[in-house]
Design a binder for this molecule. Structure first.
Ligand code: AGP
Length: 599
């Protein structure tokens, strides 16, 4: 989703800092980009639609002491050079992440007093409104305070006022924005990655903050004027390269053995010392898991783990629904929000809703410095490291592992696991990274991919926990290969959707739960009888020679609580191979954003 970089410092560096910063934000998804910089007390703007290369071709590396840059993911108005940022009205030039909800009303009132608009965007209206406030107050800080009272919605702004050379402004509400500093240089960014090659010293702006950046001077206004709190960025969190892999997604899939090791081991060492330090879960009578996309799919697996193994009722909710619906929770409910980025707008709003109602909240996040991590009552980090590919793989897998640990902790609190069972489970945990490594080494799905990649519809079937994994398998395929796919609880297909099964329609069925194997197999036979090309993904233990599949993938067995962690891996690889054969932009699928910071 949109990205912001701002710089004030060395005149020879400004443009390259902006471009470099925008490049690091590319993975978040965008459809146009632009920069604005100070040139002889004027502001020069260069914008372009499409990839950053298009913008770079238009830019000369001129000297400039300050500038702002932006990658835009269209919300209001189509992707076009005109609609892309920076926008300029009067003396104000501005970049924006977020959505101004009352822009139509503001636009109408500004038009009445003579403002004209060139674009379809909410951002141009915000720019005009700030210009209007500045004209009224003749003081930029006062103008921003006045604008803050009027603008509804979410925003992270980087602003230049041509009346005030050598000065940058920033303002933030519900959209991430940070400041950075190094010797004689100041930075502004929506994501620490954008400036991490220049500085590790950053300050997370609080809700409602206004910042004024001048050479070697920052004025920060929260409720009142305050001193910025600087923290040091974790270098590991900022490392990013493909390490010889063709795509980040493939690299991240192959990082999974280490990710699982790093996520689980800290809890298992020293006689489960850190596991016992997790929050006390047995005081809750109900758990609600709230998330979006793949993180929501994690929640479906978490529900199965917690209900099956720890005997607690769990509801899983889509965050964009949860935030606006009547929710039934009380002091005996734990709300768990799951988010790789920790910045997803709907998940954050859901967290805030629960926090506001005094409900205990726990965040499972990958980005530990994120807003969600900072605002939840309890935080359990997954140790996936930075994830660049838009399609999540390693963070999803680490989230599953963490849910298994939460489940174990609760089951232990409730004395539902005897010593022998615990011993057995711990052995399976120890072996998990090695099993994943072996699977990644042995699974070669290129041939299977070549049999199905030309299809425009692919279905996924499973029951119970296998259905939960299928939801993610289906999302993985559609987001990177653009093939239409659906996941179905196997028994549900015949209630309508089976009409879509044609001769050779690929149907991938996951069969790993021995208690319902026969039921799923019956459903597979139903689609096979209607001509489907049946691919079965089955555990070693259940594998048999049979006539209900045309192809099969066999998965190693592990403890039943951990089995879902292995089960998703073939689907990740198959989606990758299919997308590659279709020539898709695997790491940056069209229309998608890595971090969805608008609702
Ligand atoms: C994952 O492959 C997707 N790109 C997407 O569904 C993602 O999981 C969702 O947007 C939630 O993001 P979060 O985990 O950062 O909150």
């Amino acid at each position: 989703m949109c990205g912001i970089v701002g710089y004030l410092g060395n005149k020879e560096k400004t443009i390259s800092v902006l471009i470099e910063g925008l490049k690091t934000l590319e993975y978040r998804g965008y459809d146009s980009a632009g920069i604005a910089y100070q040139k002889e007390n004027k502001i020069k703007i260069i914008k372009s639609v499409g990839r950053l290369q298009n913008l770079e071709q238009k830019i000369n590396l001129e000297d400039s002491i300050l500038g702002i840059g932006h990658t835009r993911w269209a919300t209001h108005g189509k992707p076009s050079t005109t609609n892309s940022h920076p926008h300029q009205v009067g003396s104000i030039t501005l970049v924006h992440n977020g959505i101004i909800e009352n822009y139509i009303e503001l636009k109408q009132s500004l038009e009445k007093i003579g403002y004209h608009f060139q674009t379809e965007t909410d951002t141009e209206v915000a720019t005009a409104y700030i210009d209007y406030c500045y004209k009224q107050t003749k003081d930029m800080i006062k103008a921003l305070k006045k604008a803050k009272e009027k603008l509804k919605g979410s925003y992270a702004f980087g602003i230049i006022n041509s009346d005030e050379p050598n000065t940058l402004y920033a303002m933030k509400k519900e959209s991430p924005l940070i400041l950075g500093r190094s010797k004689d240089e100041l930075f502004l960014a929506s994501d620490p990655m954008a400036i991490s090659s220049h500085t590790k010293e950053i300050c997370y702006l609080k809700e409602g903050s206004i910042a004024k950046l001048e050479k070697n001077k920052i004025t920060l206004i929260e409720d009142k004027e305050t001193t910025p709190t600087w923290v040091t960025l974790d270098i590991e969190q900022t490392k990013c390269n493909k390490n010889g892999y063709e795509h980040y997604m493939l690299k991240e899939i192959h990082e999974q053995p280490d990710v699982i090791y790093n996520t689980i081991m800290p809890y298992l060492e020293n006689n489960l010392e850190n596991l016992h330090k997790m929050p006390h879960f047995s005081k809750y009578q109900k758990i609600q898991i709230v998330a979006c996309g793949s993180a929501y799919h994690t929640g479906l697996v978490g529900k199965w783990m917690l209900e099956t193994y720890a005997n607690i009722p769990v509801e899983v909710e889509i965050a964009s629904e949860y935030r606006y619906k009547k929710v039934f929770y009380d002091k005996k409910t734990l709300v768990i929000v799951v988010s790789q980025s920790g910045e997803t707008a709907d998940t954050l709003a859901s967290l805030r809703k629960a926090n506001k109602d005094g409900i205990d909240t726990l965040a499972i996040v990958n980005v530990i410095t994120s807003t969600i991590a900072r605002e939840a009552k309890y935080v359990l980090p997954v140790k996936a490291g930075i994830e660049i590919a838009v399609a999540t793989t390693k963070a999803y897998l680490a989230q599953l592992a963490l849910f298994s640990l939460i489940t174990l902790k609760l089951a232990l609190e409730k004395n539902q696991v005897n010593e022998e069972e615990l011993e057995e489970l711990l052995v399976h945990y120890q072996k998990l990274p090695i099993k994943i490594k072996k699977m990644l080494k042995e699974l070669n799905l290129k041939e299977l991919a070549s049999k199905v990649y030309k299809n425009e519809d692919i279905f996924f079937l499973g029951r119970g926990i296998d259905y939960a994994i299928c939801t993610e398998a289906s999302l993985k395929l559609k987001e990177i290969s653009y093939i239409h796919s659906e996941s179905y609880a196997a028994g549900e297909l015949k209630h309508g959707t089976i009409s879509l099964i044609n001769k050779k329609t690929p149907v991938l069925s996951l069969v790993t739960d021995k208690y319902i194997t026969e039921k799923t197999i019956s459903n597979i036979k139903e689609v096979k009888a209607r001509g489907a090309y049946s691919i079965v993904i089955i555990t070693q233990q259940l594998d048999e020679e049979a006539d209900y599949y045309d192809d099969k993938i066999v998965i190693p067995n592990t403890h039943f609580l951990l089995q879902p962690i292995l089960n998703i891996i073939p689907f990740q690889l198959l989606a990758y191979e299919i997308a590659k054969l279709r020539g898709c932009d695997i790491d940056k699928p069209k229309n998608l954003a890595k971090s969805v910071t608008v609702e």
